[in-house]
Design a protein around this ligand. Structure first.
Ligand code: TYD
Length: 167
């Protein structure tokens, strides 16, 4: 079995429903390591890049609003990188099927997800679909120094930038 990493998001409905503890407990059953975590204010650009493969779907605009927190008065998500053996499959299994009504009841989405009256899947968590997507998503959400292992090759670049620091 391969050592892999995956991106998990606790979506705004998960945060609003105070499910973070429950979700992390469920995910910990896979005995994987958390290699990085942070709270993220999701910009439209980040949301659209994350879901770029779904551009053109009838639910795309609502999906972007959902992940940005428009429906839950929570302009943030919790992003995590998990690392370990067969991580992608293990995490997808614990999260459950995309459609919360089809997800098995012992999965996170089966237990806590819902379909809204307007048809949006509020399925509480995201977990990368495959290794290629996981790499793309982790690189989108995390900088190399926000992950405790060097999971992908890095390079040093010199930049002259303005940066926010504590005053
Ligand atoms: P997708 O990448 O197909 O599934 P997953 O999150 O399981 O990898 O879809 C991304 C999100 O889009 C999904 O978590 C919920 C939302 N979605 C809908 O709201 N309606 C739909 O019919 C589908 C397929 C997805």
């Amino acid at each position: 079995m391969a050592i892999e990493q995956t991106l998990v998001l606790v979506k705004p409905d998960g945060l609003k429903k105070s499910l973070t503890g429950n979700i992390l407990s469920r995910l910990s059953e896979a005995r994987l390591e958390i290699a990085g975590t942070k709270m993220v204010r999701v910009s439209r650009q980040l949301a659209e890049e994350h879901y770029e493969a779904l551009k053109g779907k009838p639910f795309f605009e609502e999906l972007i609003s959902y992940i940005m927190g428009d429906f839950h008065q929570r302009r943030k998500v919790m992003a995590l990188v998990y690392h370990g053996e067969d991580t992608i499959t293990k995490m997808r299994r614990i999260c459950g099927a995309t459609n919360p009504e089809e997800a098995e009841s012992q999965t996170i989405r089966g237990a806590y997800g819902r379909i809204t009256t307007s048809g949006i899947y509020e399925n509480v968590v995201h977990s990368s679909a495959n290794a290629e997507e996981a790499e793309r998503e982790i690189k989108l959400w995390f900088a190399p120094d926000e992950v405790v292992y060097q999971i992908f090759p890095v390079k040093v670049v010199e930049m002259n930038i303005k940066k926010l620091v504590w005053s």
